[in-house]
Design a protein around this ligand. Structure first.
Ligand SMILES: Nc1ncnc2c1ncn2[C@@H]1O[C@H](COP(=O)(O)OP(=O)(O)OP(=O)(O)O)[C@@H](O)[C@H]1O
Ligand SMILES: [Mg+2]
Length: 380
């Protein structure tokens, strides 16, 4: 698989994942970023916000060994890692029957993850971090690629902190705004009557591993210094990132770059801090505001291009109403040239973005037309 094919595969997966849902683009993105970077993700939100449905669909779209379980405070290690192998025990060895359990899964989903009791917590921590299951005496390598957790809350118990920290990616799934309710009813109905149907796999684990290798080949050097600057800003505003997470964020940045068809990460890819920095629920909104101010993101570029478009339109009417040789024409001339420079700078990192390119091209040609009008009027 070459780079372009990888991009296509990754995009297609995201598209397939989010299709049946309304307003769940970011949540789907978080799941895909976790898969591409080989990390774990947790979805936090009130009941009925499609958390389980999203993870179930992601698993169905992957041809992978999948394990899912709803944790309660009474869940025993044997429910996740398999019961003791009595026959082996009789022969004097301590082992578990792991068939179909978390120990053998490539993709896993633990619903109500923060119900984990201390009995299962340690085993969970080591499978999440080191991909091994300690079996009393033996150590089994686990093929786990990504584990998804869901919960209605963010944990505040100290013993659950370590577990929460191991989810590099986090999404806060909020109920949909009123504007979406109409589409929600339609979408939920389609899901309910089975019109959407079971998802069929569009990606194998082997392909996912190849995508991951491409992610690791993305050049992230250009964004490192800006990442550090941002982390400092965030730290100053009380948003602390553990050292473990700091080191891993680059991988998610690379995954975001790949998903957007870039071999070299750009400022736009730092948007993933939105899904890797927040800890408390209120952090999600806080970081959103900070990133909007600090980052040249796709959304921001589009907004600024549209603002420029409006002012160019305004300038056009003014120029129409200006008499030939009027000295103000040179002023317009100068600011239109400045606008051209600004546009080039704005879109510099968005070569592959069709919407941005179209907006910028149209705007550039409008400006060129105006410059022609001005030079004609100035008779130069
Ligand atoms: N944004 C949405 N778009 C389409 N359908 C939705 C959406 N939100 C919820 N639904 C419908 O509601 C159902 C319930 O969602 P789901 O069981 O996944 O919620 P949950 O967040 O896992 O809840 P809980 O926290 O109780 O486990 C979905 O299967 C789907 O039919
Ligand atoms: Mg659920």
């Amino acid at each position: 698989m070459d780079f372009n094919e990888s991009v296509k595969k990754a995009k297609h997966f995201l598209q397939e994942l989010e299709t049946p849902f309304v307003g769940r683009h970011e949540e789907a993105l978080v799941i895909v970023l976790a898969l591409l970077s080989g990390e774990h993700a947790v979805l936090v939100g009130e009941p009925g916000t499609a958390k389980s449905a999203l993870v179930r669909r992601a698993a169905a779209l992957l041809k992978a060994r999948f394990f899912k379980y709803l944790l309660t405070r009474y869940t025993e290690p044997s429910e996740l890692f398999g019961p003791l192998d009595i026959r082996a025990l009789k022969a004097g060895t301590y082992a578990r029957v792991t068939k179909g359990k978390l120990s053998e899964a490539e993709i896993a989903f633990l619903d109500e993850i923060f119900n984990a009791s201390s009995a299962v917590l340690n085993s969970l921590l080591s499978i999440l971090m080191e991909r091994v299951v300690y079996d009393g005496y033996t150590e089994i390598r686990a093929p786990l690629w990504s584990l998804f957790g869901s919960s209605n809350r963010v944990p505040d118990e100290p013993e659950l902190e370590a577990l929460y920290d191991r989810f590099l990616l986090r999404a806060y799934v909020k109920p949909l705004d009123q504007d979406y309710w109409d589409s929600l009813l339609t979408a939920a109905w389609k899901l309910e009557v089975g019109e959407v149907g079971e998802a069929t796999p569009v990606l194998t684990m082997k392909e996912l591993e190849e995508l991951h290798k491409e992610v690791l080949r993305v050049n992230v050097n250009a964004v490192k210094s800006q990442l550090i600057k941002l982390l400092l800003t965030l730290e100053g505003k009380g948003l602390h990132v553990s050292d473990r997470r700091k080191g891993k964020i680059l991988k998610v940045i690379a995954a975001h770059a790949l998903l957007n068809g870039r071999k070299v990460a750009t400022e736009d890819d730092l948007i993933v801090l939105k899904y890797t920095v927040p800890k408390a629920l209120e952090d999600f909104e806080k970081i959103n505001v900070i990133l909007m101010e600090e980052l040249k993101t796709r959304e921001r570029v589009i907004r600024e291009l549209n603002e420029l478009k409006a002012s160019v339109k305004l300038a056009a009417t003014k120029i129409q109403n200006t008499a030939p040789y009027d000295p103000r024409l040179t002023e317009y001339y100068r600011s239109l040239n400045a606008a051209k420079n600004k546009i080039s700078n704005l879109v510099k990192d968005f070569d592959n973005d069709e919407e941005i390119r179209r907006l910028a091209d149209d705007l550039m040609s409008d400006i060129e037309d105006l410059i022609h009008v001005i030079t004609a009027r100035l008779n130069v």
